[in-house]
Design a binder for this molecule. Structure first.
Ligand SMILES: Nc1ncnc2c1ncn2[C@@H]1O[C@H](COP(=O)(O)OP(=O)(O)OP(=O)(O)O)[C@@H](O)[C@H]1O
Length: 767
């Protein structure tokens, strides 16, 4: 999930208690809050239909009982791994003045807030990391006060300017970046920085922050190899403590305070406008998102609508006296839930792989050059040798074989060179193919997301139009909600992406064939060596040369394996999401069918009843099986990884056996198998129950509900998509995993039978 909205309700403060305010914001459960209207009078009949009491749902809700750690763990902690892996993330605290934003972000010495807890965990995670990377962390802390940017870590630097670089990224020119890994030092820096922040006492908050404060943490990781492509991943984490929204009447601010308030409200209004426009994006009311209206929105552009995982922690006071502020805040936070961002790993990691390959190739090149020089040197020394020596005669005898030797040497080197070129092209193709796969999965996900929403919308409409005539209902069903532009665009892009994938696969196949031919050619040359070469030293050198080349090939294959792992992890997210969509559809269908049967008071045949029970037990069994499958898969990966690491650290014993491309291909296809099996299990049950319900309906003359039909058709579309993108098993021999998955596919009807039998037995025992 790339966007989440949390809500924190602070405790009533002394001033609120003194003025006799009551609590109007109540946390109902982990995700729900209710805001009661303090003006509501249960005896007032005129107002009774216009209740402003409203419930809101967020990803997580905290009330006065929540500790600083609770808030940090539920909102921010899980962003850290992403930042280290090269993703951007943003946490921002939003809400009216005095609602507790600074308390959540900075906190007190005794109760440190999100800044410190995040940085502590970040350093710990970097320290624990086993990757062979050099890591550095930079911090900058700024405030935006009255549309002016100031460096809180270096206040004497004056006003700073925002600049947009060639890639469209916003940067602050001249900002100070501190590099430190010491948590104590950071706390000192932040406390010092915060003292520089513009704070004033207002009627609403004694220490009201009059500016937006932004703490930016950049994690840079470089491979330890010195290379032009050495930079690997850059993950950025923004932690933003916004100035409070305020109403002049409420805060009783005048003069300078009022002007500040106007600036604060202007930038927050710009932020609210962006939130509005982004939440409408792609929908009917799609609007242009204007980030340029304030420095705050320009800076948060990526965090709001771009490449960032974003958490918004909304703050409200529970007091009746703050009802209006709280209501407005909740409405905006509710809108923010609809924003979808597209997170992309900062592409530096591609260079990381390239750097690795370049290193291998460069190492081998220099090794080959060295050997070549040695051969040349030897032959020169031989030529210079004493003429009268017996070796002179030998040299004459060997003249022919020496010339032949030079030819062989040339042939071997050119074969090596060609193989290296092919290997490099193959890797580039592999990279390109992965990007294409990930893009296709993203589009498929967008489409199925939308189709599920559409099915739900139809379902909602059916309820509303229950009183309408059949004709009206049909018309409304046919028209359906208009497909948003981003879904149409996703549909349009899938075709070319698949075509491109086919093209790269074809190219890859051709290159692989060529590589095989080249390998055969060089091994033939190698076979010739011992027969034709009489000079022992030269023969040894050439044999060594061939060994070096073999090692190069094996090493490069391992690097490809690591690249494949990267791809598996990236696609895993999509697979899980797709599976979840299918599961939800199936659950909806089965529940609606059950409701339909119960509404109509139908007598359900025992067989169908058994299917329902089976469904509910399968719900549990299915997930358990899936976890076992995933566990086996990851275990296998860990083994592979361990072997890869062992190979990296020492001379490989037999690395190709440790992780052959075949094994990897099987593993990749297995992740897909896992999702397909799970989907099949569910589809199988849904199909069976659906056909039985249809039979039942036919027998009793009952009409199936339109909403259910739409869900079934959505499921059919979804399954068709899975079929269109089937798992590739590469036509290889079955691995253990493959066998296991095939078995579980076969197993379903058998288990089904077994359960049926055992239940019938139970039933007959009861009778
Ligand atoms: N969850 C909480 N538990 C205890 N005290 C809190 C909590 N939240 C806020 N407070 C207290 O409420 C007061 C106001 O909080 P804070 O300064 O964080 O508000 P703010 O939203 O940052 O306000 P402004 O926008 O005006 O800067 C502070 O004294 C703070 O210690």
């Amino acid at each position: 999930k790339t966007k989440s909205v949390a809500l924190r309700i602070r405790p009533l403060n002394d001033a609120e208690i003194e003025e006799g305010a009551t609590t109007v914001a109540h946390k109902i459960d982990r995700q729900m809050v209710v805001l009661m209207d303090p003006c509501e009078d249960s005896d007032n009949v005129l107002r009774s239909n216009r209740s402003r009491e409203k419930t809101y749902m967020f990803d997580v809700v905290f009330d006065y009982t929540a500790t600083q750690e609770d808030v940090y763990v539920a909102t921010t902690k899980n962003l850290i791994d992403g930042v280290i892996a090269g993703y951007n993330a943003t946490v921002f605290a939003y809400g009216p003045t005095g609602a507790g934003k600074t308390y959540t972000m900075l906190g007190l010495d005794s109760e440190p807030g999100i800044y410190i807890q995040t940085l502590n965990d970040l350093f710990r995670a970097i320290e624990d990391s086993t990757e062979d990377l050099d890591c550095s962390v930079y911090m900058s802390y700024i405030e935006i006060y009255n549309e002016i940017i100031r460096d809180l870590l270096n206040p004497s630097s004056g006003y700073l300017e925002l600049r947009e670089d060639a890639k469209g990224e916003i940067r602050i020119a001249g900002i100070t970046e501190f590099s430190t890994c010491n948590a104590k030092e950071i706390m000192a820096l932040l406390t010092k920085g915060n003292k520089q922040r513009t704070q004033e006492s207002t009627a609403a908050n004694k220490t009201s922050s009059r500016s937006h404060a932004i703490l930016q943490v950049t994690v840079k990781q470089k491979s330890r190899v010195k290379d032009i492509n050495e930079e690997v991943r850059v993950g950025k984490l923004f932690m933003v403590d916004l100035a409070g929204t305020e109403r002049a009447s409420q805060t009783q601010n005048r003069g300078k305070r009022m002007k500040e308030g106007a600036h604060i409200n202007r930038s927050l209004l710009a932020l609210a406008n962006c939130i509005n426009a982004l939440s409408e994006k792609g929908g009917k009311g799609a609007q242009f998102v204007n980030y340029r209206d304030s420095k705050l929105t320009r800076l948060l552009k990526d965090a709001l609508g771009g490449n960032s995982r974003t958490v918004m922690i909304t703050h409200i006071s529970p007091a009746s006296s703050n009802f209006e502020e709280s209501r407005n805040t909740l409405v905006y936070a509710d809108k923010a839930k609809n924003i979808r961002t597209k997170v992309k790993r900062n592409l530096m990691n591609v260079s990381y792989h390239l750097a690795q390959y370049t290193r291998i190739i460069a190492d081998l090149r220099s090794e080959i050059d060295r050997l070549r020089a040695k051969i040349d040197q030897q032959s020169q020394e031989q030529q210079k040798g004493e003429k009268a020596d017996i070796r002179e005669i030998q040299a004459e005898v060997q003249q022919y074989s020496h010339g032949e030797m030079a030819l062989l040497q040339e042939q071997i080197l050119s074969a090596f060179r060609e193989q290296m070129e092919i290997r490099r092209s193959l890797m580039e193709l592999e990279n390109c193919n992965m990007e294409l796969h990930v893009d296709t999965s993203r589009h498929l996900l967008t489409i199925s997301d939308w189709e599920r929403d559409r099915a739900r919308a139809r379902q909602g409409r059916v309820k509303v139009t229950e009183e309408k005539t059949d004709r009206e209902k049909e018309e409304e069903q046919e028209s359906g909600p208009e497909e948003p532009q981003y879904v149409t665009a996703a549909r349009e892009e899938i075709g070319p992406l698949l075509a491109e994938q086919r093209k790269t696969m074809e190219l890859k196949r051709e290159l692989e064939e060529k590589l095989m031919t080249m390998k055969l050619k060089s091994s033939k040359i190698e076979e010739l060596l011992p027969k034709r070469i009489s000079n022992r030293e030269q023969r040894d050198i050439l044999t060594l040369l061939c060994k070096v080349h073999e090692l190069e090939l094996e090493k490069t294959e391992i690097q490809s394996a690591v690249l494949c792992k990267e791809y598996v992890l990236r696609t895993k997210d999509f697979i899980i999401q797709r599976q979840e969509q299918q599961r939800m559809l199936c659950d909806d269908i089965i529940h609606q069918q059950k409701a339909l049967i119960e509404d109509q008071g139908l007598c359900v045949p025992e067989e169908l009843q058994e299917l329902y029970s089976l469904y509910f037990s399968e719900l549990n069994d299915g997930s358990v099986d899936q976890i076992v499958d995933l566990h086996t898969f990851f275990e296998m990966w860990l083994n592979v990884f361990e072997q890869v690491c062992a190979v990296k650290d020492s001379t490989p014993v037999c690395p190709t056996e440790a992780v052959s491309p075949d094994t990897l291909r099987e593993i990749v296809s297995d992740t897909k198998s896992i999702s397909v099996i799970a989907a099949k299990r569910r589809s199988h049950l849904v199909k069976e129950t659906t056909s039985r319900v249809a039979g039942l309906a036919l027998a009793t003359g009952l009409k199936s509900s339109v909403s259910m039909d739409s869900l079934v058709s959505a499921l059919a579309d979804d399954s068709a998509e899975v079929k269109r993108n089937p798992p590739r098993h590469g036509g290889r021999s079955q691995s253990k995993q493959d066998l296991k998955t095939t078995e579980s596919r076969r197993e379903l009807p058998e288990r089904h039978q077994h359960k049926k039998r055992s239940r019938s037995f139970e039933a007959s025992k009861k009778v």
